[in-house]
Design a binder for this molecule. Structure first.
Ligand SMILES: [Zn+2]
Length: 213
């Protein structure tokens, strides 16, 4: 299971390529807020998915690539950053005892809003995000950290962040060789659907309304 980073990037691009043919425009809800994962993502830029590509299409690759970065950082943290690893285990333990609807989703749904946008005159009885928040609130607060542990934690968080940036740089480099494949997938499955949508729109605008309608 010790595959190279290049292998994992190739696998992520292949997995995305198998998903794209199932994408349909207009199926994913419009976002009210910009996506933190995709907005200005250097990796989407390197993959050629930043300009004029529907958000859901780019997002599905961005989440797959983020899993690679996350696992690089997790392995590095486990091996080299004991304070941060202990803190994360503690947080993980707490989280295990609460409701986490955002976990275990397929990559194309990861990071997207859990609930539909509220409508002012029709409030929801409950939302998934609300349930998750309440189940966390029921747990007792974690024990406070010593000053020494806090300082160690700050240093280790910085190192983990550097590890993440390094992984992103390596993934970006590995992505370059997949650009032709990514662009061919867009041309084959995404572009025709966008063209069809535009043609429909054009037709609607051109046709004068029927008398009496
Ligand atoms: Zn996104």
């Amino acid at each position: 299971m010790d595959r190279t980073l290049e292998d994992r990037v190739a696998a992520a691009v292949r997995s995305w390529g198998r998903w794209v043919p199932r994408w349909r425009p207009g199926e994913s809800r419009a976002r009210t807020r910009p996506c933190r994962l995709c907005l200005g993502s250097p990796l989407l830029g390197q993959a050629g998915l930043d300009a004029d590509v529907p958000h859901a299409v780019g997002h599905a690759l961005a989440t797959r690539l983020k899993r690679i970065t996350d696992s690089e950082v997790a392995v590095y943290t486990d091996r080299n950053l004991p304070t941060l690893a202990a803190e994360l285990n503690r947080a993980e333990d707490r989280a295990r005892r609460s409701y986490r609807p955002q976990e275990g989703l397929d990559p194309e749904f990861e990071g997207l809003p859990l609930d539909p946008d509220p409508e002012p005159d029709a409030p929801f009885l409950f939302t998934l995000a609300g349930l998750a928040q309440e189940s966390t609130r029921e747990l007792p607060p974690p024990a406070p950290l010593s000053e020494e542990a806090k300082a160690a934690l700050r240093t280790e968080i910085r190192l983990a962040d550097e590890c993440g940036q390094h992984a992103v740089a390596l993934i970006g480099r590995a992505l370059v060789s997949h650009r032709p494949e990514i662009s061919a997938t867009l041309d084959r499955y995404v572009e025709p659907q966008i063209q069809a949508l535009l043609a429909d729109l054009q037709r609607e605008l051109d046709v004068p309304p029927l008398p009496g309608s």
